[in-house]
Write a protein of this length. Structure first.
Length: 577
């Protein structure tokens, strides 16, 4: 049979008026999830009673004429004659609510991740309990669905968040209320909680926007090469915990130099101790390195290939670099060759780590040779390709003779110059890390920051931001940042298991596979009913040591612990047999 539940929901609007709605949740067999019907019945008066609207009063009068009795779930304080029976759905008109069906699989996993990070405690240091619950609910939705918040209401209700009343209007109000002061209070608490080391990875990206009312949207260097205004987003992550710790939205035209000045100023205000700055090539400049040194911070940055002294340093050490004593084996078995040169500089004790990727170099040369052969055939046959024009001119000599016709020959010197160039060599300049291998591993952790940026930018409505309101845009970015913390932690946990042992599932697959695990709560009944978990769901719950019921037994009952950081508790009760 269909499972129904009836609620009275009160939502406060921007004008201060609290509107009252009837909400009737039910299981939609066709779509395979819980949905709802909702209609306005009035607003709250000054005395807390409901002032019913005209349409609802007419409906009450019609029911009274039919002899319907008042329903016990009617709002307290309402006149006795104004109470009515709840809404009914087409599939089961007249049925009373007997149960509540909630999808809990994804929530079980994210509650565990939320508890492990301790992020809820930091949120509560900055936001009220209600705001914290709503932010986490939307962050869960972002992790699981990655779609616009305007599409979230049915998903949230199907997973037990109906009491939060997160309608589109309520979500907009919530996002606008996430002020800079509240965010900074959170950052201060969160960064202190993650203070397990002194190294911070930094990266910056641009997000294009169609919005015209956002003062942060300006023309600048667009990393996605789109002809749109943009905002810049900077992200700091902890090397020790691997989790994002801070973000900032800056005007789209702001240079990397100005961004660094802003970052250092904000971190000083947040009482962040001295740290090591990891940045990309865009942050390499004498001004930036001097600024970091002056503020007492250390740095590790790659040197751009255009810097003259880098070319000289690579040339000086290239001959002895490809040696077994310099081989560094990475986790995936790849070999990178590296050696370190120490110097005293204006930045203090400085280590120059020189690296060479032989496997990548071999592939570059292989691809180059294949392209050269195609270009030679094109020249010989007279089938010229416009995009290969520079290749023809640089790497070939073409002559026309009366007897042999067209003769195409390689420019051996140009070809050899390409083979011997400095591609796949690079230098990391560091005032913090003197060990060659550790400097490479630490810097490679920046890849997780880039993956995090992709997660943010791939979320629907974040690829091309359309919001016109500055406060709403900044509030949305904060919720997405919270989601990024949870997703990063989940990804780290999943990667602890070899792919073959987790059936090559990703963190997204984990969430998809447990989505249908459901809890059914019957009114006035002590024990809830749970759907039978599939084999995949049991594997995942076992991996996270989450308690579930299977064949009349409680699995992981001794190992599991009730999440203390998760939102609410009405849907996190331990499964019973």
């Amino acid at each position: 049979m269909d499972n129904h539940s009836y609620n009275i929901i009160k939502i406060k609007a921007k004008n201060g008026t609290t509107y009252v709605y009837e909400d009737y949740s039910y299981w939609d067999k066709a779509r395979g999830y819980s949905t709802h019907k909702r209609r306005s019945i009035g607003k709250l008066g000054d005395d807390g009673g409901i002032i019913y609207n005209k349409r609802h009063r007419e409906r009450l009068a019609a029911q009274e004429a039919k002899g319907h009795q008042p329903h016990p779930d009617a709002s307290p304080g309402a006149p006795e004659e104004s109470r009515e029976e709840p809404l009914a759905v087409e599939a089961g008109a007249g049925d009373l609510a007997v149960s509540r069906t909630i999808r809990i699989g994804q929530k079980m996993i994210l509650d565990k991740v939320c508890s492990d990070t301790g992020i809820r405690k930091s949120l509560l240091d900055a936001f009220s309990t209600g705001e914290t619950d709503a932010i986490l609910a939307l962050a869960y939705y972002t992790v699981c669905r990655g779609k616009a918040f305007s599409h979230s209401e049915d998903w949230l209700e199907a997973r037990g968040y109906a009491d939060l009343g997160l309608t589109s209007q309520r979500i907009s109000e919530l996002l606008a209320s996430i002020s800079d002061d509240k965010q900074n209070a959170f950052f201060k608490s969160w960064m202190a909680r993650q203070d397990k080391g002194d190294s911070l990875l930094f990266d910056i990206t641009s997000i294009s926007t169609y919005g015209k009312g956002n003062p942060w949207a300006e023309r600048g260097y667009n990393r996605d090469h789109e002809n749109l205004e943009q905002v810049n987003l900077g992200l700091l992550s902890s090397v020790a915990s691997g989790l994002p710790v801070w973000f900032a939205m800056t005007p789209g035209s702001m240079s990397d130099k100005a961004v660094l000045e802003y970052v250092l100023k904000m971190l000083s205000k947040l009482e962040v101790k001295k740290f090591t700055f990891f940045g990309d090539r865009g942050f390499f400049s004498d001004y930036n390195l001097r600024l970091l040194t002056k503020k007492g911070h250390k740095f590790t940055v790659p040197v751009p290939s255009t810097v003259g002294w880098q070319k000289k340093m690579i040339a000086e050490h290239k001959a002895g670099l490809l040696s077994p004593r310099n081989a560094i084996e990475m986790e995936d078995g790849q070999l990178i060759y590296g050696k370190t040169v120490f110097k005293m500089t204006e930045y203090g004790r400085t280590w120059y780590h020189i690296f060479f990727d032989a496997a990548r170099k071999a592939k570059v040369i292989d691809d180059f040779m294949r392209r050269l052969r195609r270009c030679k055939d094109e020249l010989a046959d007279g089938r010229l390709v416009e995009k290969n024009k520079a290749m023809y001119e640089r790497y070939f000599r073409v002559t026309e003779t009366p007897k042999r016709g067209r003769v195409v020959e390689y420019n051996d010197k140009a070809v050899n110059d390409f083979i011997e160039n400095d591609s796949c060599y690079w230098v990391l300049m560091s005032t913090s890390q003197k060990e060659t291998r550790k400097s490479l591993l630490e810097y490679r952790d920046r890849n997780d920051v880039e993956v995090g940026f992709d997660d943010v930018k791939n979320a629907e409505d974040m690829r091309r931001m359309r919001n016109h309101n500055e406060k709403t845009v900044k509030g949305k970015m904060f919720v997405v940042f919270v989601a990024l913390i949870l997703l990063t932690k989940l990804r780290m946990e999943v990667r602890k298991v070899e792919p073959k042992d987790r059936h090559y599932w990703s963190e997204r697959d984990f969430l998809e596979k447990v989505d249908t695990y459901t809890r059914i709560h019957f009114e006035n009944k002590y024990r809830d009913v749970y759907t039978i978990p599939t084999a995949a769901q049991r594997d995942i719950f076992d991996f996270f040591q989450l308690e579930y019921s299977y064949k009349g037994k409680k699995i992981n009952a001794k190992q599991s612990r009730e999440p203390k950081e998760a939102y609410g508790n009405q849907d996190t009760a331990k499964p019973s047999e």
